[in-house]
Design a protein. Structure first.
Length: 429
C-alpha cells in the first residue's frame, strides 16, 4: 500500500493485525466446498426473501392504516432506535458468546414478533398499535443477530476469502430483493399488506434451522480474559477512533445511511400517492433495484484486491445522481431503469465498505467494530426517518427523494480528499 496518501504515523495503523497461524481451516478451500458456508448462505437467502417482503409490505400497511408519511417515519425510527441504545452492547456480547446460538435465538424471536402483525389483522385487532409495539423488540433482536453474524462470517468463510464471501452474500440478499418485492406487491394487492407479512415470520423460522446446521464452532476463544462489558465496548470504540481507515469509512457510511434512511418511505409515497400508481408498481421498482444489486454484487465479486475508494465514493455518487433524476420522473419504466442502476451502485458501495470494515478489524474485535459502526449508521437513522417523514408531509415524496440525492452527491465530493478513505484496500493492506 502506498504511503503517499497516509500520514507516516498512520501508515502502519491502517493494517489490521493478522496472525496467519490463527487462520481457520476455512481459508484452505474454495467457498463452494465449504459446507458451513453453503448452509449459512442458503439460510440467509431464505431470510432475505422474507425481509424483502416485509421491506415492501410494512410501509404499505402503515400508509394504509394512517395515510401519513410521518407515521411511517415513526415506525422506521422505532425500528432503528435499538441500534443506538443497544448496538454497542450487542457487539460486546457477540465477542464473548456462542454466535451460532445468538443467531438462532434472534431469528426465532423475530419470527414470533413478526407473526403478531398478521395475527392482529386476522383477529381485527389494533394492528397499528401492534406494529408500534413490536418494532423496537424486533430491532433489538436484529442487533444481536447482526453482531453475531459480523463475528461469524470471517470464521466460516476465512479471511482470505472475505471479499468473495461478502459478494456471494450480497448476491443472495439481492436475489431475495428481486423475488420479495414482487411477491409483496402482488399479495398486498390481493390479500392486503398485513397478511403478507406472514411470509417474513415463516422465513425467520426456516433460516434459524439452516443456521443450526453449521458445524464449525462459532464462539469466543476459551482463554479470553474476563472483563467488564463496558470495558469491552470502550476498547472497540477506541480502536475505531485511532484507526484512520475505519474512522473515515464508518463516518462516510454512517452519514449517507442516516440521510437515505427514509428512502423506501419516500419512494412509497412518491409512487402510490404522488403518482397514484398501484402497489404492484412499487413492487416492480423495488424488484428491479434488486436485480441491479445482483449485478453489482457479481461485479464486486471480481474485485478482491486494490483500493476501495472507487467503489465507495464512485458508487455513492452514482446513487445520488440516480435519486435526483427519479425525483423528476413520472414514467414507471424510467424509474425502474434508474432503480436498476441504483442497485448496481448500492452493491458496489456496500460490499466494499463491509469488506474494508472486516478486513481492518482483528478477530477479537470483529463484533464490537461492526456493532459500533451500526450504532452510528443504524442507530441514528431515526433522525433521518423522522426528517424524511416530516418533509414528505410538508411537501411530497419527490422533494424528499431530491434532497437525499443531492446530499449523497455532495458527500462523495466532500469525502474525496479523505486520506483514510483513499488509503483503504479491500484485502486490508
Amino acid at each position: 500500500m502506498s504511503s503517499d496518501l497516509v500520514a507516516p504515523v498512520e501508515a502502519d495503523a491502517t493494517r489490521a493485525p493478522f496472525d496467519e497461524a490463527a487462520a481457520t481451516d476455512a481459508d484452505a478451500g474454495p467457498l463452494a466446498r465449504n459446507r458451513d458456508f453453503r448452509a449459512f448462505v442458503i439460510a440467509e437467502g431464505i431470510s432475505s426473501v422474507g425481509d424483502a417482503v416485509s421491506f415492501t409490505a410494512l410501509p404499505l400497511l402503515v400508509l394504509a392504516l394512517t395515510g401519513s408519511g410521518f407515521a411511517m417515519g415513526i415506525v422506521g425510527a422505532l425500528q432503528a432506535l435499538p441500534d443506538l441504545v443497544f448496538g454497542l452492547f450487542a457487539g460486546a456480547i457477540a465477542d464473548r458468546s456462542n454466535q451460532k446460538r445468538m443467531m438462532v435465538l434472534s431469528d426465532l424471536g423475530r419470527a414470533a414478533l413478526t407473526a403478531l402483525i398478521p395475527l392482529s389483522v386476522v383477529l381485527h385487532g389494533p394492528t397499528m398499535a401492534v406494529v408500534l409495539i413490536v418494532a423496537a423488540p424486533m430491532s433489538t433482536l436484529r442487533s444481536l443477530f447482526l453482531a453475531a453474524y459480523t463475528a461469524a462470517v470471517p470464521a466460516i468463510a476465512g479471511r482470505a476469502r472475505l471479499a468473495q464471501a461478502n459478494s456471494y452474500f450480497e448476491v443472495v440478499y439481492s436475489t431475495g430483493f428481486i423475488v420479495g418485492p414482487a411477491i409483496a406487491g402482488l399479495l398486498a394487492t390481493a390479500i392486503g399488506p398485513g397478511l403478507t407479512l406472514g411470509i417474513d415470520a415463516a422465513s425467520f423460522v426456516v433460516a434459524s434451522m439452516g443456521i443450526a446446521l453449521i458445524r464449525r464452532p462459532l464462539h469466543a476463544p476459551g482463554d479470553r480474559p474476563e472483563s467488564h462489558l463496558v470495558v469491552d465496548i470502550r476498547e472497540g470504540i477506541e480502536f475505531i477512533v485511532r484507526h484512520p481507515v475505519l474512522r473515515s469509512s464508518i463516518l462516510f457510511w454512517s452519514a449517507t445511511s442516516v440521510v437515505s434512511a427514509g428512502l423506501v418511505t419516500a419512494l412509497t409515497v412518491r409512487i402510490t400517492r404522488d403518482l397514484a400508481l398501484p402497489a404492484s408498481a412499487l413492487g416492480l421498482v423495488l424488484a428491479t433495484f434488486g436485480m441491479g444489486t445482483v449485478v453489482g454484487a457479481l461485479w464486486a465479486s471480481r474485485i478482491r484486491h486494490g483500493r476501495a475508494w472507487p467503489q465507495i465514493l464512485g458508487g455513492n455518487l452514482a446513487r445520488g445522481v440516480a435519486l435526483v433524476v427519479v425525483a423528476f420522473m413520472a414514467s414507471i419504466e424510467v424509474m425502474a431503469a434508474l432503480a436498476f442502476a441504483e442497485g448496481i451502485a448500492s452493491s458496489l458501495v456496500l460490499i466494499a465498505y463491509i469488506t474494508v470494515r472486516s478486513a481492518y478489524a482483528p478477530d477479537e474485535l470483529l463484533g464490537r467494530v461492526g456493532s459500533t459502526a451500526r450504532t452510528l449508521s443504524l442507530g441514528l437513522q431515526p433522525v433521518g426517518m423522522l426528517v424524511t417523514g416530516a418533509l414528505i408531509d410538508l411537501t411530497s415524496g419527490s422533494t424528499a427523494l431530491l434532497a437525499m440525492g443531492l446530499f449523497l452527491t455532495a458527500a462523495s465530493v466532500l469525502f474525496a480528499p479523505s486520506r483514510g478513505l483513499r488509503a483503504a484496500v479491500l484485502d486490508g493492506g
